[in-house]
Design a protein around this ligand. Structure first.
Ligand SMILES: Cc1cc2nc3c(=O)[nH]c(=O)nc-3n(C[C@H](O)[C@H](O)[C@H](O)COP(=O)(O)O)c2cc1C
Length: 169
């Protein structure tokens, strides 16, 4: 269902406001593009139907299994607790974030995944509530200033594969 949207913010005035709601972190205004991942605040029958309708239109066919799946979701998701649905949608947004991180690295663009902001304040600044969205995570993108960034030369710290991965064969 792609239960999230991405805002790409280049407007400096807005970014100043977001920076103030992000512990004054400078990457919010220094970056070239500020991505805000905003998840659906809830799963409604309207949103579920729209996703299934779009699938049927694009694929130009309807199936019994598709109809049953739609009904299953319509019966369960809209009746669940609001926070359960938002958390579910937010997790999907992180799939998008992960893909963006890897894509940026592949393109040799620097970025910083950020949760260090007040979601309520950012929702207010971007008027997300009225759109049924809530900010989840941000991703400033750009190019590092290597000569001014003391972190650049530090070694990456990673636990070893043995500590990190358990094989069950
Ligand atoms: C979910 C999440 C939230 C984060 N929030 C912030 C943040 O608000 N500000 C910040 O400077 N770094 C934040 N970080 C950490 C930076 O993105 C950090 O540079 C990065 O995780 C380090 O990655 P590396 O070990 O590949 O260099 C966050 C990381 C994650 C995964």
């Amino acid at each position: 269902m792609q239960p999230y949207e991405i805002y790409v913010i280049t407007n400096q005035e807005l970014r100043e406001k977001i920076r103030a709601a992000s512990n004054d972190q400078s990457q919010v205004t220094d970056c070239s593009y500020l991505l805000v991942f905003a998840a659906w605040d809830n799963y409604t029958a309207e949103r579920i139907n729209a996703a299934f309708d779009m699938t049927e239109t694009i694929r130009d066919f309807k199936s019994e299994s598709g109809a049953a799946y739609r009904q299953m979701l319509l019966k369960s998701y809209p009746n669940r607790d609001l926070e359960v649905n938002f958390t579910h949608a937010a997790k999907q947004a992180y799939i998008g974030l992960d893909t963006a991180l890897i894509a940026a690295a592949y393109e040799q663009v620097d970025c910083t995944p950020m949760e260090g902001f007040s979601p309520d304040a950012v929702d207010e600044i971007l008027n997300l509530k009225s759109k049924g969205l809530r900010s989840v995570v941000m991703l400033p993108l750009g190019y590092r200033k290597a000569d001014e960034d003391w972190l650049v030369t530090l070694k990456k710290v990673r636990r070893t594969k043995e500590q990190f991965i358990s094989w069950i064969q």
